[in-house]
Design a protein around this ligand. Structure first.
Ligand code: NI
Length: 171
């Protein structure tokens, strides 16, 4: 099932999501399948559960955008353990369509997470994957990438979105 993507302005995006405590259930496996399907349909490389209105600490990532099944990643209850270096790359978010901004992020990130079975694993990602780790764990903490921008840039984006909302073009 393809879920619609929740857009900026919905409070679910700005609240910390709940820790997952039950694993390996048909319900969780179905949700993960639906999250990948919804992410591919929206042409994203990462999706956090709050973005489909589900406030649970689950994210899916595929930096190959569906080209390489071995790149599919499920992160449940992820926690960043280590950040190294910096990179500045243009970042966007499916929940804030039409906007992209250069953002400073760590270049190499190690995290600890659980898989669909509840097994813990550690993983280190560079560049695009490191950015996805940071962007998606931020989502699970109720933080959008625009919170990392300067107040000036952030307010500009907020104002433009408010205009779109008023015009009924931000549903
Ligand atoms: Ni996002």
């Amino acid at each position: 099932m393809i879920y619609p993507i929740v857009k900026y302005g919905d409070p679910v995006l700005e609240h910390p999501a709940e820790t997952v405590t039950e694993f390996d259930t048909p319900e969780l496996n179905k949700l993960l399948d639906d999250m990948f399907e919804s992410m591919y349909a929206a042409r994203g490389v990462g999706l956090a559960a709050p973005q489909i209105g589900i406030s649970r600490r689950i994210a899916v990532i595929d930096t190959s955008a569906g080209e390489d099944p071995s790149q599919k990643l499920v992160l449940i209850n992820p926690q960043i353990l280590k950040k190294e270096g910096t990179q500045i790359i243009e970042e966007g978010c499916l929940s804030i369509p039409g906007f992209r901004e250069d953002l400073r992020r760590a270049k190499k990130v190690t995290l600890r997470a659980q898989n669909a079975k509840g097994e813990f694993f550690e993983m280190t990602g560079d560049e695009l994957l490191a950015r996805a780790f940071q962007h998606e764990t931020d989502h699970l903490d109720g933080r959008l990438y625009i919170t990392h921008l300067s107040p000036l840039k952030r307010d500009l984006i907020r104002r433009k979105i408010r205009k779109l909302q008023k015009a009924g073009e931000w549903a």
